[in-house]
Ligand binder design. Structure first.
Ligand code: NAD
Length: 364
């Protein structure tokens, strides 16, 4: 098969880590007989420098015409870059919001997995970590509190601010379907997180999720209040498979889940639309402090490419092969500087990419 991928390298370490993810995709292509065609798209600071805006209509159109999008990261040094002191709609990060909106990406998927060799980076106690954890957070991305009506007004001389949390049945149903579909490819458990003891939007959430669950009899559904979920993540993270939640709860819980893995350079993510289309990117930023030094960890971007294989192209076997190659490289004691530990071999961005490619062979 041939797949067309829009590639947004972006700023900072973006081109270096995306380069290694492409190398891994090409290796998968040559081993499994697929062709990946790349079309470069400018976004973020580099687009501002070239076209004066963080995302052009043409760039968005190229992304829309592709089968999926691979993104590095955008942005410069916070507080100290030529893109910082400009109007919010002209900053590099505005490109991110525009592309997510323009492509109708409403479901954000973030795995949090504890690798055997990296458990020393996990801030939790050994007895809590137990056998480790392997969960995916499915967060609704385009509704809820961040997109509701908001205003600040003065009433009788006192300032008052209002934000509105709105969810329709349709918005809840489509993201719930994504979560159940993902659970079907994993351990078949969905934990739906809400605040149904207080919020009407959460009661509707719970009702719609229960309806969707009926179409997935093999998947077990549990409901959990968000405050309890925040506690459970640090008390017993191993209990979770797929966590499904609304926008703001997901924003907070996905960062909490990321932190307990202890390694920002390892965290992949995907943002999906109604169909098979998705944008795949590492959870970290453009790390301008280490850009151009061949020391950035490319694994988060490589694992994001693996998510692309699984979710957009239905190439589950190939995705697993990439994930296994990452595990093997770590088991073989290779580390980039950010995850380096005593007795390990420290390698650069390119070498890490090469070592992972080397371990991608059909049937292991
Ligand atoms: P960051 O994630 O870029 O960096 C935080 C720290 O982690 C830095 O010390 C960095 O060197 C390190 N780090 C990040 N990724 C790494 C990797 N792959 N390998 C090794 N070390 C890594 O966050 P920040 O410094 O707050 O932001 C830098 C820029 O990135 C800002 O302009 C910010 O707006 C932007 N940003 C972009 C995205 C995105 O494109 N999706 C996301 C977050 C931040």
């Amino acid at each position: 098969m041939e797949y067309k991928i829009a590639v947004i390298s972006g700023d900072g370490i973006g081109p270096e880590i995306v380069g290694e993810a492409k190398r891994v995709l090409d290796r998968v292509g040559s081993v499994y007989g697929h062709t990946f065609r790349y079309e470069e798209v400018l976004m973020g600071g580099i687009s501002i420098d070239t076209y004066g805006v963080p995302l052009t209509d043409e760039a968005l159109e190229t992304a829309r015409r592709s089968d999926s999008v691979l993104l590095g990261a955008v942005g410069g040094n916070v507080g100290n870059s030529r893109w910082y002191d400009v109007a919010p709609n002209l900053r590099p990060e505005a490109g991110l919001l525009a592309i997510r909106k323009g492509l109708g990406l409403f479901a954000n998927i973030r795995p949090a997995y504890l690798y055997d060799g990296l458990s020393q980076a996990c801030p939790l106690k050994k007895e809590i970590i137990g056998e480790g954890f392997d969960m995916v957070i499915v967060r609704e991305l385009t509704g809820g509190l961040y997109f509701g009506e908001r205003r600040t007004e003065e009433i009788n001389g006192v300032l008052q601010a209002t934000d509105t949390l709105v969810y329709s049945e349709t918005e809840i149903r489509r993201v719930a379907v994504k979560a159940f579909e993902i659970a079907m490819k994993r351990k078949k458990k969905v934990t739906s997180v809400d605040k149904a003891n207080v919020l009407d939007s959460s009661r509707l959430w719970r009702k719609v999720v229960a309806e969707v669950a009926k179409d997935y009899p093999e998947v077990s559904l549990e409901n959990m209040l968000v405050d309890n979920c925040a506690m459970q993540l640090v008390m017993n993270p191993g209990q979770f498979d797929v966590i499904l939640t609304e926008n703001m709860f997901g924003d907070i819980l996905s960062d909490e889940a990321s932190m307990i893995t202890g390694s920002i350079g390892m965290l992949s993510s995907a943002s999906l639309n109604e169909g098979k289309f998705g944008l795949y990117e590492p959870s970290h930023g453009s790390a301008p402090d280490i850009a151009g030094k061949d020391i950035a960890n490319p694994i988060a971007t490589i694992l994001s490419a693996a998510m692309m294989l699984r979710f957009s192209f239905d190439l589950d076997k190939e995705a697993e092969e990439v994930e296994n190659a990452v595990c093997t490289v770590l088991a073989d004691q290779y580390r980039t500087a950010d995850i380096m530990a005593k007795g390990m071999t420290c390698v650069g961005t390119k070498e890490m990419g090469r070592l992972i490619c080397e371990r991608i062979r059909r049937n292991g």
